[in-house]
Design a protein around this ligand. Structure first.
Ligand SMILES: [Zn+2]
Length: 65
């Protein structure tokens, strides 16, 4: 399900990010996003310099959380 507030759409994308002040470098935080919210969620972390990558949900691994 999409991570955007109030959105209940099925997530198709995973925004993978890391805040170096809170997380170790190998930590991969994931926000799930629907088509509509992928860009806004990715932009939110990208603006802060936290964005690692955006991948299809099916490409997530056990290391992502
Ligand atoms: Zn959404």
């Amino acid at each position: 399900m999409c991570s955007a507030k109030g959105c209940r759409a099925t997530a198709a994308h995973a925004v993978v990010w890391n805040n170096p002040k809170l997380h170790t470098a190998d930590r991969r935080k994931v926000w799930l996003a629907c088509d509509e919210h992928e860009k806004s969620l990715a932009d939110f972390v990208a603006l802060r310099g936290f964005l690692i990558e955006v991948v299809p949900v099916g490409q997530l691994t056990d290391a992502d959380g």
